[in-house]
Design a protein around this ligand. Structure first.
Ligand SMILES: [Zn+2]
Length: 372
């Protein structure tokens, strides 16, 4: 879809030659498709734009689909103050949400999902809101799977700051983890929100929400951790879960750098052996409890995918090596927003456990900023 729109714009500006190429894509096949739809025509070996419309109108540089939510300020006359991506709307424009535009706070009074409108009013609030989203990923088709990392192949666990690393112990040739990529189905639902005070980050209230589920097909890279390996870590069950969540958080940070993308371009979901969904506090109920191997999904956060997953799969070794370096070298004591997640969101021992996991999983690979 993105490619189609861009080729439409390109041919509008300048006709393509019949033997021209566009990157690795089969340009002639795409043009043939557009010809069937009446957008272009081939005359004397050149492709010309034939449609009355101006193709760039349909392209937004900020988002993939043009199905956006409009934010309307109803305080004075109804004024449109912003637009929000369809995929981000339920997590930012739920009723009572605080929505920020150029330093002004607005509170959402009503979300008209069918008409794609959110009605807001300016407020002066000492807190912001943070949606609690529950995301479930299921694999539709696996396109590729790397080799299992097995015990004894990589180096020993690196010492944790201020102490020695716990011995993970190993069974020779035991399977530890494997990277995969493929097509996935992502279901996400905003189940509530928290009110968080500015400056102190205190949680000053919460609310429940019952918004429509959002579904999309997209592509993902995922890391499967062998359940037997995770279970053998010398930590309590809840700490092990926190560690897997912390590892996911660190992997997302590194993935963002490796792919040179924005925070919102990729999504994170963690599944498995009673791993709590990311962002939930321990007192909140565990929604997903399966007997599968804990799995960390890093998915393309746009319907159809935008081509991040296969490159990320190919960078699997560098992803883990850099995640390990990130967590190892981070000067914080027990987690921070730069490594395994901020204190309060990450568990108390998340950093230790994430390091133990990474120490066993991560082979030597060039680090970011070092020659590769
Ligand atoms: Zn840190």
């Amino acid at each position: 879809r993105i490619l189609l729109d861009h080729i439409k714009c390109a041919v509008f500006e300048l006709p393509f030659q019949a033997d021209e190429r566009f990157g690795q894509e089969n340009l002639q096949a795409v043009l043939g498709l557009l010809q069937e739809e009446g957008f272009v025509d081939c005359v004397d070996g050149r492709w010309y734009w034939m449609n009355e419309s101006y193709p760039a109108d349909a392209v937004s540089l900020r988002s993939v689909s043009s199905d956006n939510f409009v934010v309307v300020d109803v305080s004075d006359e109804a004024t449109v103050i912003g637009e929000v991506d369809f995929t981000a709307a339920t997590a930012t424009l739920y009723e009572q949400a605080i929505y920020l535009v150029e330093g002004t706070q607005y509170q959402v009074e009503r979300l008209d999902f069918d008409r794609r409108k959110a009605y807001v009013r300016p407020v002066d609030s000492d807190y912001y809101t943070d949606a609690i989203t529950y995301t479930k990923v299921s694999v539709l088709e696996e396109f590729g799977r790397g080799d299992w990392v097995t015990a004894g192949v990589v180096g020993a666990v690196a010492p944790v700051r201020g102490g020695t690393a716990p011995s993970v112990g190993s069974v020779p040739n035991e399977r530890l983890g494997v990277g995969c990529h493929g097509e996935v189905h992502v279901t996400s639902r905003v189940v509530g929100f928290k009110k968080i005070k500015f400056y102190t980050n205190e949680n000053v209230g919460s609310g429940e929400l019952d918004l429509a589920e959002q579904e999309m097909h997209t592509t993902a890279y995922w890391l499967v951790l062998a359940r037997t390996f995770v279970k053998r870590l010398p930590f309590a069950g809840s700490d092990r879960r926190d560690g897997v969540v912390g590892l996911g958080f660190a992997m997302r940070q590194v993935a963002q750098l490796l792919l040179m993308c924005d925070y919102h371009d990729i999504g994170l979901a963690i599944h498995g052996d009673q791993v709590r969904p990311f962002g939930r506090r321990p007192e909140e109920p565990v929604v997903e409890a399966t007997l599968n191997d804990p799995t960390i999904f890093v998915y393309d956060n746009y319907p159809g995918g935008i081509g991040f997953s296969e490159p990320l799969f190919n960078l699997h070794d560098r992803l883990l090596a850099n995640a390990r370096a990130l967590v190892e070298r981070c000067p914080c004591d027990a987690g921070c927003p730069a490594c395994v997640g901020p204190i309060g969101k990450a568990g108390p021992r998340a950093k230790e456990v994430a390091l133990a996991l990474l120490g066993s999983l991560s082979p030597d690979a060039p680090l970011l900023g070092e020659s590769s």
